[in-house]
Design a protein. Structure first.
Length: 407
């Protein structure tokens, strides 16, 4: 019996030593720009569905200014996470944010905590730069839920039938839509058009610039597509991204109000009469479009996590004058574990911090706060104190979210 106990003790000691050795070897490192190409091999193994054309685009264009954090074992990159930069607008404030992508670990190195280490290191880096939040499109919600990511954006979609018919009213007015593919010289016009459309309806969007559209044009071409432009009487009234695999997929169709019937005509122009898959960017309830739509879907798509809280609070709009405190608990970003004093004169929000007081009537987790401030309060798992809930309702949530960025 004594020998068995001693053997068991040695086994525990050996396991502990192996765990420590493994932990000591788990060094998160940010790659230099010239090293970015080293991650492509891991990407190809883990995300085998991505085409060579897409990866050629990605490793030529997107990796010019993104960040990559890796863990290396046996002289090779075995785990990685990439951060792609986006200029984001929240109401009238603009910030640098990063989209998390390519979270991948070589199969034989999984279940060692590599992903968690990379994710926490990158969150801390973004917080240090005072980025208000980060976002991603999860392979599965359960992967990111423990790190306090929560859904903030739903994407509508389905299939739309192509139609070359025009309404009688449009024929009487002589309004005829013209469709064409965009080139690089159109990117500034497309950016100005998108900014006009998106400012009218959304609070949280990636800022559309000429450079943004140049990249999107290259991305769509890497997927056998492009950018479509819809013009009427010589003026731009709509645009959309498109790509083709087995069928055409239309992404982010943007149309001026009153021009919704241009979409089925654009689909007909693109597909020569066949159906196309589409996702988001226009109103499904418009009668003359509704009849062309089949297999509608509405799914949560993008998860986010709050980072630098003062910056996010100050970007929001107050509903009234107020002064109240909120105590945040954040298991990853220690700087968020504090008491925030929020004050407003009715036009803007000011934020200051103080030591926590462990006031249970004022406490909220970073995950619940993310959901509430992005307008997803009904989905919050946490039961909030009534007094805090009433105070947080004095802030207008940033619930007009439009995040179609996928790389």
């Amino acid at each position: 019996m004594r020998k068995k106990v001693q053997a068991a003790a040695r086994g525990v000691e050996d396991a502990g030593r192996r765990l420590k050795e493994r932990s000591d070897k788990m060094e998160v490192r940010m790659l230099q720009r010239e090293e970015h190409g080293r991650t492509r091999e891991l990407w190809e193994r883990v995300f085998a569905e991505d085409t060579k054309e897409f990866l050629d685009y990605y490793y030529t264009v997107k990796t010019l200014d993104n960040e990559m954090y890796v863990i290396e074992q046996e002289h090779q990159i075995c785990s990685m996470i990439q951060l792609n930069p986006y200029e984001m607008r929240i109401n009238d404030s603009e910030f640098l944010t990063h989209y998390i992508i390519a979270v991948a670990t070589e199969e034989r190195f999984r279940k060692r905590g590599f992903m968690g280490a990379l994710l926490q290191a990158s969150l801390k880096k973004m917080y240090a730069r005072k980025e208000p939040f980060t976002f991603l499109m999860p392979a599965a919600e359960s992967i990111y839920h423990p790190y306090d990511f929560r859904y903030i954006y739903r994407q509508r979609g389905g299939k739309v039938c192509g139609s070359k018919e025009r309404s009688v009213s449009h024929e009487l007015r002589g309004n005829i839509y013209e469709m064409r593919e965009a080139s690089e010289k159109d990117c500034r016009k497309l950016a100005e058009f998108a900014e006009e459309i998106l400012r009218q309806s959304y609070q949280v969007v990636a800022v559309r610039t000429e450079q943004y559209y140049r990249r999107m044009l290259a991305e769509q071409k890497s997927e056998h597509g492009g950018i479509g432009m819809i013009e009427k009487n010589g003026k731009l009234v709509g645009s959309f991204f498109f790509a083709k695999e087995e069928t055409y997929e239309i992404r982010e169709p943007l149309l001026k109000k009153g021009e919704e019937e241009a979409l089925p005509q654009a689909v007909f122009w693109l597909t020569k009469g066949n159906e196309a898959i589409f996702c988001d960017g226009w109103n499904l309830d418009v009668h003359n479009i509704k009849k062309s739509v089949t297999e509608e879907r509405d799914r949560p798509l993008i998860m986010a996590r709050l980072l630098y809280l003062p910056g996010f609070f100050e970007s929001l709009r107050p509903r009234t004058t107020f002064s109240f405190t909120v105590e945040v608990t954040d298991p990853i970003l220690e700087e968020n574990n504090r008491r925030f004093l929020l004050e407003s004169d009715g036009t803007k929000i000011a934020v200051s911090t103080a030591a926590k007081e462990n006031d249970t009537d004022r406490q909220i987790s970073i995950a619940a706060l993310t959901q509430i401030l992005f307008g997803w309060a009904p989905y919050t798992e946490e039961k909030l104190p009534e007094v805090l809930q009433k105070d947080l309702n004095k802030i207008e949530p940033a619930d007009g979210v439009f995040l179609n960025e996928i790389v």
